[in-house]
Design a protein around this ligand. Structure first.
Ligand code: 4AD
Length: 463
């Protein structure tokens, strides 16, 4: 039996005159007098393989009339040197089996389709150059995340998707219930009668749960889907997104900064090494200059400034004539326009901002000695803004309890989290990287909806 090969392997390894079998989807078909030329793609690579069909060897009724754009076929044939330009080899077809026909209304004909249109056919868009390239990059990044952390002895912890924690200070939550919805009775629902016997939600972050395993196993991470019912209809927000959250025992803010920088540079390097063909496509078609920029970032260290310094930079820019829509003063949260200024105009590189006012950050971040700022850390990158959010964690029981009270949290439901500070508390730190934001950065794609297979956003849960 002849081994079924993928096009990527054939283009890399096959020698002239070998007999091979390939399967894939017809990207396009061009008819000449005696020959037909089929561009076949199987998703393994951006490149198509040309199949040359000598029409006199095949039946129109059984084969030739059934091959159209979008159809799936299996071809057995011989590898020959290509006479046409654009490829070194092609397949001279000896036998073709049509696996699935594709009628004329196939929506992906050979022309450029807008990304908006492709979102409407998300179930078919994996067959386009852009989306298949994005998904190959996404795959490489996901694998590299595990590789980086596993090589450094981190343990992968599967934190729960359904949680009863009241809030983690990270955003609005989706409720999980089996009680039939009746808006009139919403205030009198007895959650003791609900499936779990209490109010439950989809997790906004696995951090608090992974912290409890950090304080037992040392260096750990969670990597999975997280859910936020934020009313943010932007090109950077999803209601369901993937996040990797490493958590390190005995790490302080400085060590956290170093690890997160190494992590980002490693991921960039892996994509540069393993996704060359796809990156060239993004560089040429999506964002000119992308490759050069990624190479330079992968080899450089990021600029570090405190929140207070960032406010100074922005205030100075305003004094020089720069205008922002939102006001800049110590204490405000940085908006996207401020983040963009810091990365794109001021430093022209990723920027690490630390030591934010406690009022704009989560209760679990370690309070600095000034009593005003916390050891939070955000990493901002050009074109995207915040890609990583993290902090050294508050490890002192009383200080944490006070911060929880200040934040209006229901202390009872966090008693387990306080226990981690009661029994053998240690300094520890962690961060969260949004997978889709990272994929946007390395592909140059400008809308987060195009870097996840089936985007879930406000007023949209198609497919
Ligand atoms: O800054 P965030 O909210 O941090 C946390 O969730 C912490 N618990 C992480 C930790 O310390 N373990 O989110 C972290 C990252 C952001 O920097 C961003 O990349 C991504 O998650 N993110 C989103 N990505 C897509 N859509 C959204 N709605 C996102 N919200 C956050």
């Amino acid at each position: 039996m002849i081994k079924l090969l993928r096009i990527k392997e054939i283009l890399a390894n096959s020698s002239i005159d070998t007999e091979i079998t390939i399967s894939g989807w017809v990207k396009s078909i061009r008819d000449a007098k005696e020959l037909s030329f089929i561009e076949l793609n199987d998703g393994s690579t951006m490149s198509n393989l040309q199949v040359v069909v000598d029409k006199q060897n095949f039946s129109y009724n059984d084969t030739l009339n059934k091959i159209s754009t979008g159809a799936s076929i299996k071809v057995r044939g011989r590898v020959v040197a290509s006479v046409g330009s654009g490829q070194n080899i092609e397949i001279s077809a000896g036998f073709i089996s049509v696996l699935g026909e594709s009628p004329n209304d196939y929506p992906l004909q050979k022309k450029r389709h807008s990304l908006e249109f492709l979102r409407e056919i998300s179930h078919l868009r994996s067959r386009t150059n852009t989306i298949s390239a994005v998904m190959r990059v996404r795959n490489t990044v996901s694998f590299a995340i595990h590789k980086f952390l596993q090589d450094r002895g981190f343990f992968y912890i599967h934190t729960p998707i359904i949680t009863s924690s009241d809030a983690e200070g990270a955003g609005d939550m989706f409720q999980v219930t089996t009680i039939p919805f009746d808006s009139k009775k919403i205030d009198s629902i007895d959650y003791k009668q609900d499936f779990f016997g209490c109010k439950t939600h989809l997790t906004v972050s696995g951090q608090l749960a992974v912290e409890s395993y950090c304080l037992g196993l040392g260096n750990v991470y969670t990597f999975g889907p997280t859910f936020r019912a934020e009313n943010s209809n932007t090109v950077r927000h999803l209601a369901e997104f993937w996040m990797v959250e490493p958590e390190m025992a005995f790490y302080r803010l400085d060590e956290l900064i170093e690890l997160s920088q190494d992590f980002l540079r490693y991921l960039l390097q892996e994509v540069l090494e393993n996704c060359q063909e796809d990156l060239i496509f993004f560089d040429q078609r999506i964002k000119p200059g992308l490759l050069e920029n990624l190479r330079s970032v992968a080899g450089s260290s990021f600029k570090h400034m405190t929140y207070t310094e960032a406010i100074d930079v922005l205030t100075h820019a305003i004094a020089q004539g720069k205008t922002f829509e939102y006001p800049v003063q110590w204490g405000v949260d940085l908006k996207s326009e401020h983040e963009r200024y810091l990365t794109e105009e001021y430093s022209k590189s990723p920027v690490i901002v630390t030591d934010y006012p406690k009022e704009i950050k989560s209760f679990y971040m370690k309070l600095n000695d000034d009593g005003k700022t916390v050891r939070g850390m955000d990493i901002l990158v050009p074109g995207i803004g915040e890609i990583i959010g993290g902090s050294e964690r508050e490890d002192d029981y009383e200080t944490l309890l006070n911060r929880m009270k200040e934040s209006g949290l229901d202390i009872d439901s966090y008693q387990w989290y306080l226990d981690l500070r009661k029994y053998g508390s240690v300094p520890h730190s962690g961060f969260g990287l949004g997978l889709e934001r990272f994929v946007m950065w390395v592909t140059g794609m400008s809308n987060i909806r195009d870097v996840i297979p089936f985007p879930r956003t406000i007023k949209n849960c198609q497919f």
